[in-house]
Write a protein that binds this ligand. Structure first.
Ligand SMILES: [Zn+2]
Length: 318
């Protein structure tokens, strides 16, 4: 077995949450978690499709349930993964729900508008990017409107200005505004992706009027931004990044916003919590992130898990 292969093994499971204590992973990408999904996904993308790796997802759910994670909001934020997320929710009622959007880094690729690609990387168009942003967004509108049991949020949307130019910023802002309007129209919570765009995201939310339930997914701001969030009643969802050494600002934010506005997520397969940063992330890793949150808050893991569980109920009704 090659060294590369070994690195893709699962990190050990954390201790289960105490009996009777549960948490929900309110932002994850189940169909993208390797090693199960990666190869199927790669092959499907080469064909311009994306199948649901059902067997893989069953395993991910069971693995997470064993440590007390009882629910999952699966985020479909590329055109082919919108239907995947809805289908997963249909297949696992009461366990998986969907959040739908066209990701800001996808918004700039649709219709081949000639702006720099995601994160300023060379543009790599996929077959579905031939459709215009308006066509892709229409799919979000239709699925969210017609699957009200399964779709519990609009997201992830927002802005990502990491190494991006003005043209991409304008496209992202407009796409973000479309999603804000849709969340309000459907009375759904909004999940925000904000990378190096704190000021632009806040300005846009305030200019258009934020949805009643607005969630900063994988919160990456500092204490000052958390004050703004607290002032407006916005919610912060914490990922594995809350456990990283340099992220004191994120831990301060956790203390500012109030336990009734705090949730937990993996953003799997990305952002694996310590001590397994760099390994594959999956929903069963949530207790590691809860432990880091509990340490920052000087509370028990049980108190933090229960608080995030209650907040998830208030925000998504699940
Ligand atoms: Zn995500």
């Amino acid at each position: 077995m090659s060294k590369h292969h070994r690195q893709r093994d699962w990190a050990p499971a954390p201790p289960a949450l105490p009996t009777g204590v549960h948490a929900v992973d309110n932002h994850t990408h189940l169909a993208s978690v390797p090693p199960f999904a990666a190869e199927m996904d790669r092959q499907a993308r080469a064909r311009g499709q994306q199948p649901v790796p059902v067997y893989a997802v069953e395993q991910l759910i069971e693995q997470a349930q064993e440590v007390g994670i009882e629910g999952f909001v699966d985020v479909g934020c590329e055109l082919p993964s919108l239907e995947t997320a809805v289908r997963l929710a249909e297949q696992h009622p009461g366990t998986v729900w969907a959040a739908l959007a066209i990701h800001p880094n996808e918004a700039v690729l649709h219709g081949h508008r000639g702006v720099p690609g995601p994160d300023g990387l060379p543009v790599r168009y996929q077959p579905w990017h031939e459709q215009s942003f308006d066509q892709a967004f229409e799919r979000v509108v239709n699925l969210a409107s017609s699957h009200t049991q399964e779709v519990v949020a609009i997201g992830e949307t927002g802005m990502d200005l990491f190494r991006t130019g003005q043209a991409a910023e304008d496209i992202q802002r407009q796409a973000f505004r479309n999603h804000i309007a849709l969340a309000k129209e459907l009375n759904l919570p909004l999940q925000i992706h904000d990378r190096d765009a704190h000021q632009q995201v806040i300005e846009t939310l305030l200019a258009d009027g934020a949805p009643e339930r607005t969630v900063f997914h994988s919160y990456s701001g500092d204490a000052a931004m958390a004050q703004v969030a607290a002032e407006h009643g916005w919610y912060l969802s914490f990922s594995g990044t809350v456990s990283y050494k340099g992220n004191e600002g994120i831990r301060q934010a956790l203390n500012i916003v109030g336990l009734d506005h705090v949730m937990v997520e993996t953003d799997a397969p990305y952002l694996t919590p310590m001590p397994y940063r760099g390994r594959t992330n999956a929903p069963y890793m949530i207790p590691y992130t809860l432990r880091a949150m509990a340490e920052a808050l000087e509370l028990s893991i049980q108190q933090v898990a229960e608080a995030t569980r209650n907040t998830t109920q208030v925000v998504y009704g699940i």
